[in-house]
Each structure stands twice: as C-alpha cells, then as structure tokens.
Ligand binder design. Structure first.
Ligand SMILES: NC(=O)c1ccc[n+]([C@@H]2O[C@H](COP(=O)([O-])OP(=O)(O)OC[C@H]3O[C@@H](n4cnc5c(N)ncnc54)[C@H](OP(=O)(O)O)[C@@H]3O)[C@@H](O)[C@H]2O)c1
Length: 291
C-alpha cells in the first residue's frame, strides 16, 4: 500500500519519511515545494497520479520558536491546523482513501479527576483546554476545533501526540528544549517517545484498525523537574536549573497559557501497540543524547 506523508520537510514529516515501515507499506514523502497539497485540485490529482492508498497529514502550524508564535499568526495557524485538515479529510473521504491526522494532547489541562492524579483523559473525554473552555492557547484551540470538525468524517483517524522526545539533538525534541531553557515551568505530563509513536502509528495504519481517535503517549507520567534532574545527572544539561516561582512570573514570560495534562493511552495499547513506561524510554533517549 502506498502511503503519502504530507509535510515531509517538517519535524514529524522528516521522521516518518526516514522510518522503516511495515513490509506492505511504501512511504511517499511529499512537501509543498514538490506538490502543493494545500490546493484541493492539485491534491486530488496527486492522489490519482501517485496511486496513493492512505494519507498521513504532518502539515500544520506549531509556532516557532515556540507555541507563542501561534498567538501572533492566528490566521495562518487556523488555516493550517483547522481548514487544511478539513479539506484533506473531506477529499480523502470522497476518494475513499483513509486519512490520518496528527493531533495533540494539548487540548486537555490537568486530569479528569483530581482524586485519581495518575488516570488520564480518554479519547471520549471532551477537551477542556480549547475555545469552548478558555483560557487556552490559540494553538490548542485550533487542535481541538480540528478534531471536532473531522473526527466523524468517514475514513478519518486522529493520532494524538504529546511533547515528543527522542535521543537526537533536534531543537524540536522536548529533551533538547529542556537542556536549553533558562527558566523552566514545573508541570506533570504524559509525553511521547517519537520513535515509538512513528513505529506504532505505521503499524496501526497497516493493521486495518478501525478509524477513530487514538491517544499515543508512553505509560506513566513525568514532571519537568524529574526530566531536568536526569539531564543534569548525566551532564547533558550543564546549567543549574531554575524554575518559575509563581504563575504570574510564568505568565509574564509566556504569551499563551501552556497545557500540562495526563492522557490515557490504553486504547491503542490494548490493540497490541505498546508504548514503554516513560522512564524506560527516557533512559534510552538520554543515553543516546549523552554519547
Ligand atoms: N512537534 C510537536 O511537538 C507536536 C506535538 C503534538 C502534535 N504535533 C502536530 O504534528 C503536526 C506536525 O508538527 P511538526 O512539529 O512536524 O511541525 P513543523 O515541523 O512546523 O512542520 C509543519 C509542516 O507544515 C507544512 N506546511 C504546509 N503549509 C504551510 C505553510 N503555509 N507554512 C508553514 N508550513 C506549512 C510544512 O510542510 P512542507 O513544506 O514539508 O510541505 C511544514 O514542514 C502538526 O499537526 C502538529 O500540530 C506536533
């Protein structure tokens, strides 16, 4: 089966394009410089000419150097995170092609029930860090609105990724970000090992699993303090860590509020696509970074 990777020059797109897919899958990386898939007619023609069976959309607007840029470029952010997935999912559905959108766990804040701090949000829980439940970041608002608009389009799936980490020196890697930050915001999160996300989602796609929303995070939760301590212990972060002391201090340094949340990934795990415990996956990535 031929699987198009849209947005192949971006962080996710590059990593999918380099992945070793299951035997039956042939990856077809596409970037706008080659084919402008944001144009409906060009996208339809591309699907036919390249005999594409399934589509993974890695195009989107995440904001650079960080998510605060989404507040500044709201129109482009909305266009890429909401309007583009709606167009792509609708075309794919009309053409009877399966469509896979990269979603984000940042549509949630905290945990569903404070009495059970280790139990995370399930796919069926409504977002609580979104335009319907302010305050939220503009980025999170667009990711939640995208889900609302495409989740019921036949043939559509959403894979929710959360703060990807890996053992490579890429500035999009959570661990590399935490090496560089002058001041750190303490938060407890579910996070995702990028390699496991790519491998599991490609296997899920090849398995003919049902359409739907899938949370894709490693099991267990971790705090930024715990990660920074691990980075310092291995001499990967050399500067002593300093933390924001109050919410006011953090809000003065950041333009948009940040999500910190726990996701429940038992749905994908029960289907046989395992994510390791977060500390085991972190240990591996830290070892790779240190060498
Ligand atoms: N990185 C994360 O931490 C993270 C976490 C959770 C979810 N996600 C989601 O994963 C997806 C991919 O994120 P990413 O980190 O790989 O983003 P990225 O590195 O910024 O790449 C995004 C891609 O979007 C495409 N694009 C299409 N039209 C564009 C335009 N007008 N301006 C700029 N870019 C345009 C570009 O693809 P081409 O030029 O290659 O076609 C670009 O490479 C997004 O939906 C994001 O919300 C990311």
């Amino acid at each position: 089966m031929r699987v198009a990777i849209l947005g192949s020059s971006g962080y996710l797109g590059r990593n999918y394009s380099r992945a070793k897919p299951p035997a039956e899958v042939v990856l077809v990386p596409v970037d706008r410089a080659k084919i402008d898939y944001t144009d409906k007619i060009i996208f339809k023609r591309f699907l036919k000419q390249e005999k594409i069976d399934k589509i993974i959309n890695c195009a989107g607007f995440t904001g650079k150097p960080n998510v605060d840029a989404c507040e500044q470029f709201r129109d482009l952010c909305y266009q890429l995170n909401v309007q583009l997935p709606v167009m792509l999912a609708s075309v794919c559905s009309d053409e009877k092609k399966m469509f896979f959108q990269i979603g984000s766990g940042c549509i949630y804040q905290g945990v569903p029930d404070n009495n059970y701090p280790d139990q995370g949000f399930k796919e069926t829980d409504a977002p609580n860090f979104c335009f319907h439940h302010p305050p939220c970041s503009f980025y999170s608002g667009t990711k939640a609105e995208m889900e609302e608009k495409i989740k019921d389009i036949p043939g559509t799936s959403i894979w929710r990724l959360r703060m990807p980490f890996a053992g490579t020196w890429d500035d999009r890697n959570l661990l590399v970000k935490l090496v560089g930050y002058e001041k750190i915001l303490e938060a407890v999160n579910s996070i995702t090992h990028l390699g496991e996300f790519i491998n599991n989602t490609l296997k899920l796609l090849a398995s003919e699993a049902p359409d739907g929303v899938y949370n894709c995070t490693n099991s267990g939760v971790v705090s930024n303090t715990e990660i920074v301590d691990m980075l310092c212990k291995r001499n990967i972060r050399l500067k002593k860590a300093s933390y924001f002391q109050t919410e006011k201090e953090a809000s003065l340094a950041m333009r948009s509020p940040r999500s910190a949340c726990v996701l429940d990934s038992s749905k994908i795990m029960k289907m046989g696509f395992g994510f390791r415990n977060v500390f085991e996956a972190l240990e591996d990535s830290l070892r790779e970074l240190a060498t």
